[in-house]
Design a protein around this ligand. Structure first.
Ligand SMILES: [Fe+2]
Length: 204
């Protein structure tokens, strides 16, 4: 090992059920104590990408998912799917005359089935989350940069804005299990979804 190697502090975080209740379809549903695990790479020092591992299962009817966030600034991201299957949700909010995002009006919504071996490019302006619809762990690698000088870089990195998702209690649709397969349930807090690709999933 290179003699200059330094251990990266605060590189691991877990997203708890308590935190996820902010964005669940059914906030009273029983879930695992941890929904997903995050290990952040120190890309500034060329030490690899971030790894996320999802628990399998449903919370109420909703598949275990990441919290979802928008990026701050012009930051694209690419996810590589290392194991499992899932459904990625992308949504771009409408903006007002000052260019600020309108939290409850979705300009474009996309539902994208993903599986091991896939790569998913997420353009900067699209909020994103992934639901694990398989029977086993879902594992991804992504290239979003993490600044370890921040207060809470592993759990809440500064390049990600979670607040709009929190206020709307999730994205415009929830991914749920229905008759043993994925379907969508609309989140009624959103006023309008102008354009939607629902990936062939039923809305129930
Ligand atoms: Fe991201």
């Amino acid at each position: 090992m290179n003699k200059d190697f330094k251990f990266v502090p605060k590189h691991y975080a877990a997203r708890t059920h308590e935190k996820m209740q902010e964005v669940l379809m059914d906030t009273a549903a029983i879930g695992p104590s941890i929904h997903y695990y995050m290990i952040r790479g120190d890309m500034k020092n060329n030490r690899g990408n971030n790894i996320t591992v999802w628990e399998p299962g449903v919370v109420g009817k909703e598949y275990i998912k990441t919290y979802g966030h928008y990026h701050v600034g012009k930051l694209d991201e690419t996810y590589k799917f290392i194991s499992g299957i899932g459904i990625a949700l992308l949504q771009k909010l409408a903006v007002d005359e000052n260019g600020n995002m309108i939290k409850d009006v979705v300009e474009e919504f996309k539902t994208i089935p993903v599986k091991v071996g896939d790569e998913l490019f997420i353009p900067a302006t699209y909020g994103h989350l992934v639901a694990n619809t398989g029977l086993d762990f879902l594992v991804t690698s992504d290239d979003s940069p993490v600044n370890f000088e921040e207060v809470n870089p592993a759990s809440l990195p500064g390049h990600a804005d979670y607040e709009l998702v929190k206020q709307m209690r999730g994205f415009a649709y929830y991914v749920v299990e229905h008759d043993g397969k994925p379907a969508l349930v609309k989140n009624k807090l959103y006023k309008e979804v102008r354009k939607a690709d629902l990936g062939g999933l039923r809305v129930i």
